[in-house]
Every structure is written in structure tokens, then in C-alpha cells.
Design a protein around this ligand. Structure first.
Ligand code: GUN
Length: 295
């Protein structure tokens, strides 16, 4: 039997913990956490994600500001809005939803965000601090995965962790976090990607397999060791005539055939996804309290 890691339930628990802290702040007349999100253009997925982030802010009692900008906004205008938010003492956390239109430099925009407000943990300062094991804001998806491993008491020390995918948002930070001298952490990490030779046989040696490459159903049962823990970061819409919406959500892992081999696995939906928002809220709460996450 395998454990289904319930990210939806865990994220609701974290959100209740945050809501209780906000209620206490309100009672004591303290600063109510305030998250600002900048959304450029009309990308469907980005609109859904940002909408969910703003809604979750309301759920826990935060204030939120959504700044929507047209896809043809100039880089200069966007940088000006980031500067305004940096300087606004009312706003504790700022996220700029990615991807940005091609004519805008992600590096320039990210680099301008004040590290103290960078609750996505994307700035060079905060990525560097994360790598150094210094207090910082750890980016939301990797932070959410670490929290799931912690709350499900999954042993990681001395285990072989294979990460598939080297994105700046998930794969790369995940590999750093799992190798750090922390708990969870202390794993022996192999970071694999599109150029990796014989990825399937490396994956099969994993005690913990973290899959974040963005290909629906990429991981099949023959790539997974008996008893492994599998964390699926992928989320894809695939056509499904039996659903009212006309689609269903699937991950990077073929859940039905992989799950029976696992000791624990995250489903899609309801696994890693909901944890991302809970982590972002947690970082924003810390920012409002002028704290950072201490590993
Ligand atoms: N695009 C995909 N994931 C993320 C995220 O965690 N933060 C932001 N800002 N953009 C994203």
C-alpha cells in the first residue's frame, strides 16, 4: 500500500495556521500582511495562478493588490511599478508572475525587486542565501515540497534523491535544498535534465524522485524503484470528453501505474500545486513580520 501525500489537506492546515496568526495580528493592532502581484498580459495559466493567489490572500485575512498590465507594456513602465512597490511601506511582499513577454528582461525585473519583499525567492540575493543555507525566502514550490516531506515525516538523510528538470523555479533549487545540511535534506542528490544519458536507469535508483520537467506522463512504472517516494510537480491539461470542462489535469508521472510501486506519492491535482500558494502566503506573513525563513 502507498501513502497518497495530500497537499490539498496540508495546504489547508497551513492556511488555517496563517489565518490564526493574522487574526492575532489584527487583535493586537499590528501590520496586516499585504501581497502585491504584477500580471503582465493575458496568458491563461498565469491568470488562473494569480487569481488563486489573490483569492488565498483573502482567505487568510491578508490584503492584496493585483496590478494588471497589457502585454505590450514597456520594460521601463514595468520597472517603474516594481520601484513604486519597493518603496511602498504598506506592501510587504511582491511577486511578478512569470513568464513575461519576450521584450521584457526577466533578469532586470527580478533584480530590481527588493530582496526583503521577494516572497517568491527569485532574486539573486535570495537564491544565493538559499544556497548558502542562510535565512531567506525559499521559493514557493520547492518550499512547499520540503514542507510536505517534513509533515509526512519522510526520511531524507542519506537517501538518494533524483531530481528530473533543472528549471530555476523548481529543479535547480530543489536539488540544492535536498543536499543541504538540514532536515529535510542531507540527501545525496542527482540532478538530471534533457541531456542526461540513460535517465530512466538513474531515476530507478532514486529513493526520492522529484519530477519537474513539464512533460505529461513522462515517468512510467519501469523508471521507479519499489518503495520509492515520488513527488510530481507537473501540471497539464489534457482533453477529456467525460469532464464538463472538456479536460482533466495530469502530472509528469503516470500516477495509476507508478503509485502501486511507491511508498508515498503526490497526486495531480491535489499534491504539490496547493502547497505552492500556502508557501507564498507563509513567506508573505514572514515578510510582514520582518522575518525570514530560518532552516
Ligand atoms: N510562474 C510559474 N511559477 C511561478 C511562481 O512560483 N512565481 C511566479 N512569480 N511566477 C511563476
Amino acid at each position: 500500500m502507498f501513502t497518497t501525500i495530500n497537499g490539498k489537506k496540508t495546504s489547508e492546515e497551513i492556511k488555517s495556521e496563517i489565518a490564526a496568526r493574522v487574526a492575532k495580528i489584527k487583535r493586537e493592532g499590528g501590520k496586516i500582511p499585504h501581497l502585491a502581484a504584477i500580471l503582465v498580459g493575458n496568458d491563461g495559466a498565469s491568470q488562473t495562478y494569480v487569481g488563486a493567489k489573490v483569492k488565498s490572500c483573502e482567505q487568510v485575512g491578508f490584503e492584496s493588490t493585483l496590478v494588471r498590465m497589457d502585454a505590450d507594456v514597456t520594460e521601463e513602465e514595468l520597472l517603474r511599478v516594481v520601484e513604486d512597490i519597493n518603496a511602498n511601506p504598506e506592501i510587504d511582499g511582491l511577486i511578478v508572475q512569470l513568464p513575461l513577454p519576450k521584450h521584457i528582461s526577466v533578469e532586470k525585473v527580478t533584480n530590481l525587486i527588493k530582496p526583503e519583499k521577494d516572497v517568491d525567492g527569485f532574486t539573486p540575493t535570495n537564491v544565493g542565501r538559499m544556497a548558502l543555507n542562510w535565512p531567506t525566502y525559499v521559493s514557493a514550490t520547492p518550499f512547499g515540497i520540503m514542507e510536505l516531506l517534513k509533515r509526512y515525516q519522510i526520511p531524507t538523510s542519506g537517501k538518494h534523491c533524483v531530481v528530473i528538470g533543472r528549471s530555476h523555479i523548481v529543479g535547480s533549487p530543489m536539488s540544492i535544498l535536498m543536499a543541504r545540511n538540514t532536515d529535510p535534506g542531507n540527501a545525496t542528490v542527482t540532478l538530471t535534465h534533457s541531456r542526461t544519458k540513460d535517465l530512466a536507469s538513474i531515476a530507478k535508483t532514486a529513493d526520492i524522485l522529484i519530477v519537474a520537467l513539464g512533460k505529461p506522463g513522462f515517468v512510467t512504472a519501469d523508471m521507479v524503484k519499489e518503495g520509492a517516494v515520488v513527488i510530481d510537480v507537473g501540471i497539464h491539461r489534457v482533453p477529456d470528453a467525460s469532464k464538463k470542462s472538456g479536460f482533466k489535469l495530469v502530472g509528469d508521472v503516470l500516477f495509476d501505474e507508478v503509485a502501486p510501486k511507491c511508498s508515498a506519492i503526490t497526486p495531480v491535482p491535489g499534491g504539490v500545486g496547493p502547497m505552492t500558494i500556502a508557501s507564498l502566503l507563509y513567506n508573505t506573513l514572514l515578510a510582514a513580520e520582518q522575518q525570514v525563513y530560518r532552516p
